[in-house]
Design a protein around this ligand. Structure first.
Ligand code: BEZ
Ligand code: FE
Length: 291
């Protein structure tokens, strides 16, 4: 129970710190700093943080910083696992008509992935069950978007992206362009679940709080077209038991799709001979908001 005297002391400190930013020339920076201070102090006071816990928090953030370099971004992983990335995406990708929802970008996108033709295979040798992906790109008026650039990337059956391999192979990623009717189609592999990198402080935080590092199975898309809002999203596999516990809160019901199993021997859409392998197919109609 805090006394009136105690509450006054704490209030006065918050105000002192907030006021210290009054002279910030950039009004937006001033707004951000003063709000951050109010929320930070609100949190400290809410949980009545002990000095030992404060020190542990500093150690945690220090470890996050030490692990971060140009290949491993532990701060983004922290933001992802706290839902801060998804909240920022929600704020900045306002609902617009039936525009496709955005979701988290993740750390495994690579610029300059190879181009594949329509109907090509993005797997590039990545292990997994073949999956035929097809759909259209339209604007919110329903007009087909020709020449939209689709970047697609995914983990292999063992849960690894090519950038996690020991060699320089490119696999499970490519880009392609929609046709004159906005249509696209390509071969990929049926997505499977995998854990986010959990060998650092963020993984320790998840373990200490009884949370799983697993991501629901997904296939990443980034779709760009002139005069339309760039869409960064994934599609998820209906029936995946991880849909309700995705470690980065990326799942949106509208992005859960039917990956329909096709028994071995089922003719493929493009006549590709898959021998005695089963395969799957999924449809994804993309709607881009105006820029
Ligand atoms: C991913 O989907 O690739 C991912 C997203 C957020 C954190 C880690 C991985
Ligand atoms: Fe991913």
């Amino acid at each position: 129970m805090t006394t009136d005297e105690q509450r006054t002391r704490e209030d006065e400190l918050v105000q002192l710190v907030v006021d210290s930013f009054d002279g910030t020339p950039d009004p937006r920076l001033r707004e951000i700093m003063q709000s951050a201070v109010r929320h930070l102090h609100g949190f400290l006071r809410d949980v009545r943080l002990t000095e030992e816990e404060w020190s542990q928090g500093i150690d945690f953030l220090t470890a996050v910083g030490h692990l971060t370099d140009d290949r491993r971004q532990e701060f983004i992983l922290l933001s992802d696992t706290l839902g801060a990335s998804m909240q920022t995406i929600a704020i900045n990708n306002e609902a617009h008509g039936d525009a496709t929802e955005a979701t988290v970008f993740g750390p495994f996108f690579v610029d300059d992935a190879p181009e594949v033709p329509l109907g090509g295979d993005i797997a590039g040798g990545a292990a997994g069950q073949p999956c035929w992906v097809e759909g259209t790109v339209r604007d919110t008026e329903g007009r087909p978007v020709a020449g939209a650039r689709l970047e697609v990337w995914e983990a292999d059956d063992d849960g690894f992206y090519d950038v996690q391999y020991d060699d320089d192979r490119t696999a499970g990623r490519a880009h392609l362009f929609s046709d004159d009717d906005g249509g696209f189609r390509f071969w990929a592999i049926t997505p499977t679940p995998y854990p986010i990198p959990d060998d650092g402080p963020v993984g320790a935080m998840l373990a200490a709080t009884g949370r799983s590092p697993m991501r629901a199975s997904h296939l990443h898309f980034m779709v760009t077209a002139a005069h339309l809002r760039t869409l960064v999203t994934h599609i998820f596999v209906r029936g995946d038991e991880l849909l309700d516990s995705d470690s980065v809160f990326g799942v949106k019901e509208s992005l859960v799709k039917d990956f329909v199993e096709q028994p071995a021997g089922t003719p493929t859409p493009d006549g590709r001979d898959l021998g005695d392998a089963a395969w799957s197919r999924v449809g994804f109609d993309i709607v881009l908001a105006p820029a």
